[in-house]
Design a protein around this ligand. Sequence first.
Ligand SMILES: [Zn+2]
Length: 211
Amino acid sequence: MLTESTLDPANAVYRQVIKAGDHWSHVIKKGQTFRILDLEGNQAADTLFYNAHDPVDRYSASDTIRCQQALYLTTGSKLMSSGGHALLEITADTCGRHDTLGGACSRESNTMRYAIEKEPMHACRDSFICGLHDHSDDLGKRDITCNINFFMNVPVTPEGGLSFEDGISAPGRYVEMLALMDVIALISNCPQLNNPCNAYNPTPVEAIIWD
Ligand SMILES: [Zn+2]
């Protein structure tokens, strides 16, 4: 559902542009509002959330899908954790659809899906590992679970098929969510060049936080 926010970025307490292909992580406090802004359009923001006080309790795609009885995320979606907690709730969305199923690209999946020569290409899984290490040496590869792909279009066919399609986002579109707990947000601003999830041209997004 398309809904606009009344919040003004001029009043934000935090703003950070995440360059194309880069990673970013930050603690968002309970009660703060977090926006991801698609600056140039058609950019997938692969995102994970963790309970900041107990990172074993983290975003769970299956619990989120079951709780809301829907596959796509938009306004009103509660992002559920593996421990049954609502981590955040989407409160505004000018894109209208965000993927829960496609997962993150990796060097391994690039070789399997595209070509063995794609192995050295930068991928989201490596960015997630770097972002987790920014928080703690105790967090690593095993803590990466099925992520949200904000702004990514992965339609499910009536037969249950999945496909990676050209995005439906555009410059200036955003998704905004209220933190219901203290959470660690981790974004890999997807560097993928082998499918249309970034329109074959990765671009920056911006993280914005309000108290
Ligand atoms: Zn990716």
